[in-house]
Design a protein around this ligand. Structure first.
Ligand code: HEC
Length: 154
């Protein structure tokens, strides 16, 4: 009888470990439905490689006012390689989304996701590095382009 319960307890613990590992892999970020209305606010030209940052007019107005970006904010980075657009990187902020990740991993309440040109999720190895790199920008809400948002002129 006791053996049986300890087996069940061990099994339950294992399920807990596996599901928390699965949780840490999950991103809730989606591709913005209204992307065609997004504004290009920053371009990073590196020869044949290029990155283009897009946000809504509302997001840029909030940044210019120096206010924190609210839950629901979505940002898109277009990735160009060999002079061609190859994929999109998306950041989206949700209510308490940071709780999906361990404290040492999370980037506030931002989630990150990669998309192909058909705007479908396409994760590659790069996807696992988003948070470790953006984590260095905690002082500017995990953004590399906060200054560019604030200085953007229509
Ligand atoms: C090695 C560091 C690094 C990694 C890894 C990385 N980024 Fe970035 N990201 C940057 C930098 C730097 C910029 C600013 C643009 C530039 O310099 O090209 C940026 C800009 C962005 C932006 C524009 C908004 C902002 O943060 O300023 C988005 C959206 C974004 N990245 C999403 C992602 C996603 C999604 C991933 C993972 C699939 C990712 N990034 C991985 C460094 C990184």
């Amino acid at each position: 009888m006791h053996r049986r319960w300890s087996f069940l307890a061990a099994f339950a613990a294992l399920v807990g470990i596996l599901s928390s590992a699965a949780l840490a892999q999950t991103s809730r970020a989606t591709f913005p439905k209204d992307f065609d209305e997004y504004v290009l606010y920053a371009t990073y030209d590196r020869g044949s490689a290029k990155e283009e940052a897009f946000a809504t007019r509302e997001t840029l107005a909030i940044a210019k006012a120096g206010k924190p970006l609210p839950p629901g904010t979505q940002l898109v980075l277009g990735i160009w390689k060999n002079n061609a657009l190859t994929e999109y990187f998306v950041m989206e902020k949700g209510v308490n989304w940071g709780a999906d990740f361990p404290a040492e991993v999370r980037n506030g309440d931002w989630h990150f996701q990669q998309f192909d040109l058909n705007r479908q999720v396409r994760r590659t190895a790069t996807g696992d590095r988003c948070m470790s790199c953006h984590g260095s920008q905690a002082r500017s809400d995990f953004l590399f382009t906060w200054d560019r948002m604030q200085s953007y002129l229509p």
